[in-house]
Structures are given as structure tokens and as C-alpha cells.
Design a protein around this ligand. Sequence first.
Ligand SMILES: NC(=O)c1ccc[n+]([C@@H]2O[C@H](COP(=O)([O-])OP(=O)(O)OC[C@H]3O[C@@H](n4cnc5c(N)ncnc54)[C@H](OP(=O)(O)O)[C@@H]3O)[C@@H](O)[C@H]2O)c1
Length: 260
Amino acid sequence: MKITIIGAGNMGGAIARGLAKGSIFAENEITCTAAGNATLQKLGAEHPQMNLTTDNVQAVAGADIILFAVKPWLMKEVIDQVKPYLAPDRSQLYISVAAGIPCQQLEEWIESYNVIRVIPNTAIEIGRSMTFISASDLSMPQMKLAEQIFSELGNTMVVPESQLAACTALASCGIAFAMRYIQASAQGGVEIGIKASDAQRIVEHTMIGAAELLLAKGTHPATEIDKVTTPGGITIRGLNEMEHAGFTSAVIRGLKECVR
Ligand SMILES: NC(=O)c1ccc[n+]([C@@H]2O[C@H](COP(=O)([O-])OP(=O)(O)OC[C@H]3O[C@@H](n4cnc5c(N)ncnc54)[C@H](OP(=O)(O)O)[C@@H]3O)[C@@H](O)[C@H]2O)c1
């Protein structure tokens, strides 16, 4: 099976690198394009068997899957460019990672219903993305293939398109919110006497531990919080002080702002 990634920048390049390490595509079954040679040379140095070209038209020939990863405002231009060279029966699978372009619009541009939208987050770079997969028809047979592909790059969830914006707020914007918590916590750690690099490492591993604990046990955060909040103890005092400053409310307001 052959995949062509149009636009091997941050997102497209991370997908290509992840897939090259995975089990679905051999390195030489992956073709990547970019506007200029610099991006492709970097990719080629890491993956010499990958097919790399600045020629989108040449790149789509013979592909089973075409994944568009250019900036949203370039999507129509790139689709128009390759359209005459797509399989005439549109039997290929077309995947878009472009934020904000609805399935219906992509289907019109490509003139195919074999269109899937995918929203990964930047942790895709290390194969730990939370990726959302959507389509006009969630029961289309190609959804399984998309899930299989993106499962090699982290965790996946199939969601109706109407929920994509909210999911993007939680995961794609959410990764920045999690980073800000790490930053704030490490900053506080310095004030209470831990050197910056140690404070950051402590918080990073605390976050990993918290998330993995919930994932492993399937518990609600409140249940785990209960276990560390001894009555009259220091954790509940710290937690309540954060709530007095509006912690939960600030997170919810931030998320709502992302979908406004
Ligand atoms: N970054 C994220 O967190 C994230 C999350 C979800 C979705 N997305 C989506 O991913 C897409 C790409 O974003 P990005 O952050 O990866 O942008 P990016 O790093 O700028 O990558 C875009 C790539 O497109 C290439 N390109 C530009 N014009 C082209 C053309 N005509 N033909 C072929 N390739 C062309 C660029 O080539 P050069 O390298 O030569 O300039 C670059 O490699 C966007 O649609 C965005 O909405 C991003």
C-alpha cells in the first residue's frame, strides 16, 4: 500500500517519520512533497528510501492514500493542481489534516466521498498524538484503515464532525494548556526551593503518572484526588487555594473560548 503526503512540514513530516517506523508502510511506499528542497533534504537524510519530490502531480500517481498536510489556505490550490491526476474513479483514500476545512468542502473540491478528516496534536512527533478521525459518513469502510494508520502515531478517536472543534480544543489546544500547567508548576517549584531543571522534571513525570494512573485504572480524577487529600492536610489546602484563584473555572473558560 502506498501513501503520498502532500506537504511534509511539521505535521506532514511527523506523520511520515512515524509511519516509516511503523508496520503498515515500508519506507519506500511513502512519498512526501514540499514546496522547497530544504524540508525534503532533511527528511531524506533520515529516511533514504522515502520518495521525495517537489512535484505534487508526480507524487500522487499510483498512490492508494493521499494525505494533504499543507496549510489550510493552500488546500484548494493544491487539490486543484493534483485533481486531474487522481484515480478517475476516485478509489483512493483522501485524508486531510487541515484545520477548519469541513468534509463537505473537501468532498466538493476532490469530487469524491472517500474523504477523511484527521486532527492530530503535536505529540505526533513522538508517536503520542491524541488524534481525532472524522468523515461525513462515519461508517465508511476506510475509517478502519485511517484508525489503523493513526494508531501507529498515538491514540485515536472517531468523532462526528460536529464535535471536531471541541475535540481540537481539548487535545490540540489542550497540549498547550498542559504545557502551561507544567510551566506554572515548575515556576512555583523554584519559588519553594527546587532548581528549575529538577522542578520541570518532577512536574513532567507527575503529569505522566497522573494521566497513566487514570488510564490504567479507569477512575475519575476526583477518586484519585480523594486519596491524596488527607483531611486538614497540605494537599487539600493547596488545591482549595488554587480553586479560590479560579483554577477549574479558568480551564473551562479557556476551552470555551477555543470553540467560540
Ligand atoms: N501543527 C499542528 O499542531 C497541527 C495540528 C493539526 C492540524 N494541522 C494542520 O496541518 C497542516 C500543516 O500544518 P504545519 O504546522 O505542518 O505547517 P508547515 O510546517 O508549514 O508545513 C506545511 C508544508 O507544506 C509544504 N508546502 C507548501 N506549499 C506546498 C505546495 N504547493 N505543495 C506541496 N507542499 C507544499 C511546505 O513546504 P516547505 O517545507 O518547503 O515550506 C511545508 O513542508 C495545516 O493544514 C494545519 O491546519 C497542524
